[in-house]
Design a protein. Structure first.
Length: 180
């Protein structure tokens, strides 16, 4: 969704910076790409570019946890079990919401239990202007379906549509939010 949103925004003439982890996607024309690998790199790049952004669309999240002691080399098989101690990564979306001044901030929520309740909670707790609620059953499908919640309004269901059409709706929403 991030690449689809970046492509639509750039096509409409917006200056777009796409911060992306490793994916099998083609970078859209006229889009500045910042490639990252770790959650920390994503945090640093996002915070650096946030200061000059009008609108940020956080279409995907980095992992919530990472290994406390990452290994540089492959771990060999062992007859013993393997235990990893995990630590929380920085919550990029919450940090952006805490530092928000004039920027518009749109987040995504992928929820499998109490989806609307959890999306509303995320919208409020992370100081978002809007949230796009996805459901797990659309993962990996050619078409998608989402529910959009704008702060102070009710959920709007998109119905089944292509990712490109959803991206068009999201960019249209971002443009409206920026004009308010």
């Amino acid at each position: 969704m991030g690449y689809a949103c970046a492509k639509i925004a750039a096509t409409l003439g917006h200056k777009v910076t796409l911060i992306s982890g490793p994916v099998n996607q083609t970078v859209p024309k006229k889009v500045k790409i910042i490639s990252v690998i770790t959650a920390q790199e994503m945090y640093e790049a996002t915070m650096h570019h946030y200061k000059t952004a009008d609108c940020v669309i956080m279409a995907a999240a980095v992992c919530d946890y990472c290994p406390k002691n990452p290994q540089k080399n492959k771990l060999k098989k062992s007859p013993k079990g393997l235990k990893w101690e995990m630590v929380r990564t920085k919550d990029i979306l919450a940090t952006l919401g805490a530092y928000k001044t004039t920027q518009k901030l749109i987040g995504f929520a992928l929820e499998d239990t109490a989806p609307k309740t959890n999306a509303k909670k995320k919208l409020s707790q992370k100081n978002l202007d809007a949230i796009i609620l996805n459901h797990p059953q659309v993962m990996g499908k050619a078409t998608t379906e989402a529910e959009i919640l704008i702060r102070g309004k009710k959920f709007i269901s998109t119905g089944p549509l292509s990712k490109t059409d959803l991206a068009k709706r999201i960019i249209s929403l971002a443009q409206k939010l920026c004009k308010e």
